[in-house]
Design a protein around this ligand. Structure first.
Ligand SMILES: Nc1ncnc2c1ncn2[C@@H]1O[C@H](COP(=O)(O)OP(=O)(O)OP(=O)(O)O)[C@@H](O)[C@H]1O
Ligand SMILES: [Zn+2]
Ligand SMILES: [Zn+2]
Length: 805
């Protein structure tokens, strides 16, 4: 037997199938979709078996070295999907397949063969039984060490029968997660020890008082937060023999120790009922259809998702739910876990390699039926998908900005088509592309334009900050916002303050000469980080000390500017001294679990104001939030991206949607320097349709999506003359090769013209119908293959760019 293998050597020349011979002892085992080790030139590399044949026209074939799997990791459907990805996302085959698998399967990890259950021992064939007589786990290598090759075939059979399991030992440091916990050495002595402490040791007393109220061990980090204390205080108490500290292991399943209260399906509202019927119908008829649920914030979309999934599970099928990384909040996950319990796997980037692998394995083995996850969960290896749901379908995170540059929506359509099942796109602010398609009837539009239970959408007030300044208010809060915040504090209601960080980070500027600290390797300003008092480049990681003097004019008046969340927090402390604030941004949520902890605290009413960036814009559903304040609505409006207005409208609508979702009515204050801009103006009336029409007019005028498709070719090189020369040639070639109806722009410098000392130029193609485009682009890559492989030149092609930089 001969198999065709895609090898893990991602270069142009190797992006094809290679033939290998299958040695006798592997003939019975090998299947398409398995990973193998094959000799490739002088090396041994990993590869995927794609297909098999009996004939070949090559006379001297090398043997497959080893099989890495006993059951395929890629199903025939996924193999085909990968093939499709290589053209639709213009990537190498190996890159496509690897994108579908958890990282644990990419590297070579040790494998173990494990007895599924003690009682399975007697079921094993004699040859295998002796291996497991005295232990449950045998290293794969031990089997390979014997000459007894047929063993592997026996293992494979036992795995198929469910008696054995093959598991990868992922040796990442986080496999076993350890945390430090502290507890009093003796609870009985605590009160006495409190008495004995020096009067001045207030901080230490506070900790002991905490333990008197909560007599349990607690993680050091949580204690520092909850008892408002420091590491050094704890250390003193440990040194005095009052507390003890130890390392304990925490479970790898982030939700393992949580008990989820089972929820039952809610009685659907008339609107929800009207929306779910066509979905049920598509499920019943086993017919693929893409639906767009355009549902305002709080209209009950999630309940529609849950009941659609329930229906699919009844049919014995599986469900994939995609949510944007940022809103993969504990609250969101909880709603699925509460309804479907342990049938749910969760996949997101915050999991360690080991945890991701664990979740993937549950899906692969069919132990779960629902996966809730970020973008890459779209590749979940289910074999009988009954529904795919993409929540907040307009979110840019569904587009992967590195190879393979796929959009999860396109992959979803492809898979839903294969499984003949419905795909549901949901959003309060659908992307222009999707809404346009639903208006043309390509997708079926389902509307939920009112909130559940007659709850009203919040009233929105837009405040012109220029006027505020004119009238002498120099604070970052307008009078209106300040007044409403005070009101909330008096009434004991909660507020959300939103600060868009993108395009609005803190930079360092000289007040005398206007010099802005720049990264020496990238054409972008450095960002100030308070905690380390340093300047950092977000593109290349370059870091330097906060300068004392301006490097341009020597002035000492060099300060950081821009209003980061920390600065807002300080301002609140000044003007609303009584307010309790929880700040949520990249700095306060870096540690795992802190996101969840902060939200829980806010939900329990432990703070009056939740202050944060993008990560608080969506998904939050807290009854006591009655005010949302947007501090600087325009910060995203002026980014050099044709989707800037659309993003602004979407984001403002989403944050506004956090207010007044239950009994109490909500209010929103949007502060801006451009109140007349339509993307801010239409938020006032929650008027998506008018926004859509206005924005479509502009896109048409400028030949942008959804009227045109765009493809961007970006070229980078350490020498600027080279970059310009090559981009120029590419642009000319593309222009020559395409029809006259297409628009080819360039060469122009990218909006960040230099990153990591590489100059960047681009060519943009706008087109409606160019069947040969993929081939033309492949030719471009082929032409420069040699220079690309040598490493100086990079050419990246994005056939549907989402973030233009
Ligand atoms: N049929 C129903 N009966 C009673 N309450 C409901 C029903 N459907 C949804 N709700 C409640 O209404 C609130 C809003 O619903 P949900 O969060 O599902 O809306 P959503 O459209 O997903 O919102 P968003 O897009 O803003 O996240 C929730 O508190 C939910 O529990
Ligand atoms: Zn200066
Ligand atoms: Zn840099």
């Amino acid at each position: 037997m001969i198999v065709q293998v895609v090898v893990d050597v991602p270069t142009g020349g190797t992006d094809r199938l290679f033939d290998y011979k299958v040695p006798d002892h592997l003939q019975e085992i090998i299947e398409s979709g398995m990973r193998v080790i094959v000799p490739f030139g002088p090396r041994k590399v990993q590869g995927f078996v794609i297909s098999s044949t009996i004939e070949t026209d090559i006379d001297k074939l090398k043997d497959i070295d080893e099989v890495l799997d006993v059951t395929p990791v890629l199903t025939p459907e996924l193999l085909e999907l990968g093939d499709w990805l290589t053209t639709s996302a213009l990537c190498f085959k190996i890159t496509a397949y690897q994108a579908m698998l958890p990282a644990a399967l990419k590297a070579k990890y040790k494998k173990e063969v494990k007895l599924t259950h003690k009682e399975c021992l007697s079921q094993l064939p004699f040859e295998l039984r002796k291996w497991f007589e005295h232990r449950d786990v045998v290293l794969w290598e031990e089997f390979l060490g014997t000459d007894d090759k047929p063993l592997i075939a026996l293992i494979k059979k036992a795995v198929t029968d469910g008696f054995l399991e093959v598991i990868y030992k992922v040796n990442d440091k986080v496999t076993k997660k350890m945390i430090k916990v502290v507890k009093p050495i003796s609870y009985e002595n605590l009160s006495m020890q409190l008495e004995e402490l020096d009067k001045r040791a207030q901080k230490q007393k506070q900790v002991i008082e905490y333990f008197l109220k909560h007599p349990n061990q607690i993680s050091v980090n949580a204690l520092i937060e909850l008892a408002n204390t420091t590491r050094s205080t704890l250390k003193s108490l440990i040194d005095k023999g009052i507390l003890s500290e130890e390392d304990v292991e925490v479970a790898r399943d982030p939700y393992a120790n949580r008990i989820f209260k089972k929820t039952v399906p809610l009685q659907l509202t008339t609107n929800q009922e009207a929306v779910i019927q066509p979905i049920y119908q598509s499920i019943n008829e086993g017919r693929h259809q893409t639906f767009l649920i355009h549902g305002v914030t709080g209209s009950g979309k999630t309940e529609v998702y849950l009941q659609s999934i329930a229906k699919v599970l009844e049919e014995g099928k599986e469900a994939i739910v995609l949510v944007p990384e940022i809103s993969l909040t504990p609250q969101m996950v909880q709603r699925f876990k509460e309804r479907f319990g342990s049938l749910v796997a969760v996949l997101h980037s915050a999991l360690s390699t080991g945890e991701k692998y664990d979740e993937w394995r549950k899906i692969h083995h069919g132990r779960v039926k629902v996966v809730v996850g970020a973008r890459s969960a779209i590749f979940a290896p289910f074999k009988n998908i009954g529904i795919i749901i993409i929540d907040e379908e307009h979110e840019a995170t569904y587009k992967q900005e590195e190879n393979p540059r796929y959009h999860a929506r396109d992959v979803a359509i492809k898979r839903a088509n294969f499984y003949k099942c419905p795909l549901i796109l949901g959003s309060a602010t659908p992307s222009l592309e999707t809404y346009a398609r639903s208006k043309k009837g390509v997708y079926r539009l389902l509307e939920m334009l009112e909130r559940v239970n007659d709850v009203k959408l919040p009233t929105v007030e837009v405040v012109d900050m220029r006027e505020e300044l004119k009238s002498g208010n120099r604070s970052m809060f307008s009078n209106a916002l300040f007044e409403k915040l005070t009101q909330r504090l008096n009434r004991g209601e909660q507020s959300v303050l939103f600060l868009n960080r993108r395009g609005y980070s803190t930079f360092v500027m000289c007040r005398d000469c206007g010099y802005v600290a720049q990264c020496p390797h990238c054409d972008i300003s450095l960002t100030y980080h308070q905690t380390s008092r340093s300047l950092k480049c977000h593109y290349c990681g370059h870091q330097e000390k906060m300068p004392q003097k301006c490097s341009s004019c020597d002035s000492e008046h060099i300060r950081f500017f821009g209003s980061g969340t920390q600065k807002v927090e300080e301002e609140i402390a000044k003007v609303l001294p009584g307010a309790r604030v929880i700040r949520m941004d990249v700095d306060t949520t870096r540690k795992k679990g802190s996101h969840e902890r902060l939200l829980t605290q806010f939900g329990e009413g432990k703070a009056d104001i939740l202050l944060g960036t993008q990560m608080i814009a969506k998904g939050l559903d807290f009854p006591n939030i009655t005010l949302v304040g947007v501090l600087a609505a325009d910060s995203m409006l002026h980014l050099p991206d044709f989707r800037a207005s659309e993003r602004t409208f979407q984001l403002l609508t989403q944050v506004s949607g956090r207010a007044g979702r239950h009994q109490l009515p909500g209010e929103v204050v949007i502060q801006t320097y451009t109140p007349e801009h339509y993307s801010i103006d239409f938020v006032r009336d929650h008027d998506f349709i008018s926004f859509f029409e206005k924005e479509m007019g502009i896109r048409k005028l400028q030949s942008y999506p959804p009227y045109y498709f765009i493809t961007v070719i970006q070229v980078s090189h350490p020498e600027i003359t080279k970059v310009i020369e090559i981009t120029d040639k590419i642009t000319a070639f593309v222009r020559r090769s395409l029809s006259e109806k297409s628009i080819v722009l360039g060469p122009v410098a990218c909006s960040i013209p230099r990153i990591k000392d590489r100059y960047r130029y681009q060519c943009m193609i706008k087109y409606k119908n160019e069947p040969t485009l993929v081939n033309i682009l492949k030719e471009v890559i082929e032409n420069y293959k040699r220079e690309i492989n040598q490493g100086n030149l990079q050419v990246s092609i994005d056939m549907n760019p989402f973030v233009l930089m």
